[in-house]
Design a protein around this ligand. Structure first.
Ligand code: FE2
Length: 427
């Protein structure tokens, strides 16, 4: 099986095509109307009727061990990153694998319904029993039918803030974590932060793992660890597999320093991930008015040749109480907070959601092309702009030719004096 025919779907470049999938791979992409539906079983055909289609979406940054815990044991009232860390520290004292698996599975199913077939999740590797890491590694096999998961060994409380944490990080990697993480801006001193970056670069080389570091996630313009990560990655030649997550302090750097750093990131091939839902509420929370937005310099990074991915970071946890596990929600926030509301920014946003996230995840042969994986998402929208504007329902999600999710769009009727009228919010 693993065959499917999607007819009359509109791609990002505006062309309308039929997509034929055979043996889990895109066999042919032809102008709409050229495929023969009779070659496919009735339950393996979908008439897109002009709807927008993309390759499958990717979530490059989320915390599935904490997802679904918002309000437990308390709500984050200050809106700060540090209060979120404190609340999570209390929650994780009594955490169990089944609790994590139940919450994480629910969020993964939400992601799948929203067209996501790959997720990179961080697992707190400072939780002393490493139940967090164990559970998320177990999650990989439990949801393998719908989503591929990468687990990052992430030292949430810092590597050198407790004498146990360095050993816990190594243990998490040896348990099978796919990616090595760090959080230098949470270490007690600048020097410890620098050493933590050097340490995780050593570990990434020794264990042959990619790196994904929470870095400079603060409004403090003196927080300058991204330069260390980029410099080390450049010297060691590991930049292609290294990601700097957040880099929100870049918002507050002076322009001369930001320019130097963006050049270094480009030279080192280190990627950046911005996480608009969290950064829109966490950053600027110590400010009086005017309040900074606190997002990294997405436009300047992209113009400087740096790959910038787009993540959610949190779904219903102590750092961000909202969230539907939908990359389009994250994109919609970025449109506003990063001043990316120009019509010319529409392809930029979709490039971040698809190709940039795929590059960071390490997907080979990604995209709607013959010979690539037979995976795609159909949106209840005529085009890329309206899909983003309405955060359109995903009417069909396929993964290697198999059905992952379907959504029946809501029927909306307005009752006028002249009678009821169906509307769809499309222009
Ligand atoms: Fe994060």
């Amino acid at each position: 099986m693993s065959e499917y025919l999607v007819t009359s779907a509109t791609t990002l470049d505006g062309s309308t095509v039929d997509i034929e999938i055979a043996d889990g791979v895109i066999d042919r992409i032809v102008p709409a109307g050229e495929s023969d539906p009779e070659q496919f079983p009735a339950d393996r055909r979908y008439e897109a009727d002009g709807r927008f289609v993309t390759p499958p979406l990717i979530e490059p940054h989320v915390h599935l061990d904490a997802t679904g815990t918002a309000g437990e044991p308390s709500w984050n009232t200050s809106g700060t990153l540090s209060e979120g860390i404190d609340i999570w520290a209390t929650y994780k004292r009594d955490i169990t694998a089944e609790d994590i698996l139940e919450r994480a599975t629910r969020t993964v199913e939400w992601y799948a319904a929203n067209g996501v077939t790959r997720i990179r999740t961080h697992a707190d590797a400072t939780e002393p029993s490493l139940t967090t890491v164990e559970a998320l590694l177990e999650l990989q096999s439990r949801v393998a039918d719908i989503v591929d998961i990468q687990v990052v060994a992430f030292p949430q409380d810092g590597v050198f803030t407790d004498e146990e944490n360095e050993d816990l990080l190594r243990e998490a990697i040896e348990m099978g974590a796919d990616v090595v993480g760090a959080i230098p801006h949470v270490e007690h001193t600048r020097e410890d932060g620098v050493t933590s970056v050097e340490l995780v670069c050593d570990l990434a080389e020794r264990y042959d793992r990619p790196l994904d570091v929470h870095i400079d996630e603060t409004d403090d313009p003196q927080s300058r660890f991204t330069e260390v990560l980029a410099s080390e990655s450049l010297k060691r030649g590991i930049g292609e597999r290294t990601t700097a997550s957040h880099t929100t302090a870049m918002h507050s750097y002076n322009n001369a320093y930001a320019d130097k750093l963006i050049r270094l990131l480009d030279e080192s091939n280190v990627s950046v991930i911005t996480n608009p839902p969290d950064n829109s509420v966490l950053q600027g929370s110590y400010d009086d008015y005017p309040r900074r937005r606190g997002h990294t310099r997405v436009d300047e990074l992209r113009a400087g040749g740096v790959t910038v991915g787009l993540g959610h970071d949190s779904v219903l946890d102590p750092w961000y109480h909202y969230g539907m596990a939908d990359p389009l929600d994250a994109a919609f926030i970025l449109v506003h907070y990063a001043h990316m509301a120009g019509r010319n920014n529409v392809p930029d946003i979709w490039e971040m959601l698809t190709a940039a996230n795929a590059e960071i995840f390490g997907v080979d042969e990604y995209g709607l092309q013959e010979g690539h994986e037979g995976s795609l998402v159909v949106f209840d929208s005529p085009d890329a702009f309206n899909a983003l504007r309405t955060r359109a329902p995903r009417t069909l999600v396929l993964r290697e030719g198999d059905l992952v999710a379907q959504t029946e769009p809501a029927e909306v009727k307005v009752h006028r004096e002249a009678g009821q009228k169906a509307i769809d919010f499309h222009r």
